[in-house]
Write a protein that binds this ligand. Structure first.
Ligand SMILES: Cc1cc2nc3c(=O)[nH]c(=O)nc-3n(C[C@H](O)[C@H](O)[C@H](O)COP(=O)(O)O)c2cc1C
Length: 207
């Protein structure tokens, strides 16, 4: 599919065929796209926990406002932010030209060290971008997805065993859609959410 068609056809799906299996080959294909998501300093501040086991999905459903798609989708993917991604910088830049590495490594250290707020912001940014890659790649493969924030983060953290360096940014359910989506809900026209030069500047685009 053309990228524009993928973007236009992707919907947040809540009804799934419980019999459909997301196998390892599909997952590998999906995550090969996800790994190309951009992140600041290329630190890749994300981890994913794929939950396919029926009992584990049921437990996640209970932690997620009892939303049925948590159990009926083929997999629940917990998109985790990694708060200590800057620790990986040396490995990530180990094969970079020395001039680049010697410039960037101290810069990264200075940028992140002691700034927990920034580290969390960065993990949310990177995790969210990676989730979008995941959803678009899935759409392109004929799969349906739904991003999920309606959950108890402490309970999800416990259920999938996250340590203090990781937190759930969101979850994404994935599988085969049952039925049709409702027509897309209202979207603001471009002229209402794009401003020129400053936030109170002239609106851009056709209403
Ligand atoms: C971060 C995020 C969290 C969301 N959480 C939920 C959720 O918990 N349950 C749900 O049914 N939909 C959830 N949605 C889906 C939105 O309701 C949906 O994206 C929006 O209504 C627009 O519909 P569309 O994605 O089909 O265009 C979430 C979307 C995002 C981006």
């Amino acid at each position: 599919m053309e990228l524009k068609d993928v973007i236009q056809s992707r919907r947040s799906v809540t009804q799934y065929d419980p019999a459909f299996v997301i196998d390892d080959a599909i997952l590998q294909d999906l995550f090969e796209s996800v790994r190309l998501t951009p992140s600041s300093f290329n630190l890749q501040h994300w981890k994913f926990v794929v939950v396919r086991d029926a009992a584990n999905k049921k437990a996640l459903r209970a932690a997620s406002w009892n939303q049925a798609q948590m159990e009926e989708a083929s997999a629940v993917i917990v998109v985790c932010g990694y708060l200590r991604a800057c620790k990986d910088a040396e490995r990530i830049y180990s094969e970079a030209p020395p001039a680049i590495r010697d410039n960037l490594l101290p810069m990264i250290r200075k940028f992140y060290e002691g700034n927990d707020h920034l580290q969390r912001d960065e993990a949310v940014r990177s995790g969210s971008l990676a989730a979008m890659t995941l959803m678009l790649a899935a759409s392109d493969m004929g799969l349906a997805t739904g991003p999920i924030i309606g959950f108890d983060p402490a309970e999800v953290t416990r259920l999938v065993g996250l340590d203090d360096d990781h937190f759930p940014v969101m979850m994404v359910v994935i599988g085969k859609q049952l039925g049709e989506s409702r027509p897309r809900a209202y979207r603001f026209p471009v002229s209402e959410f794009v401003r020129l030069e400053t936030i109170d500047g002239e609106g851009f685009g056709v209403a």
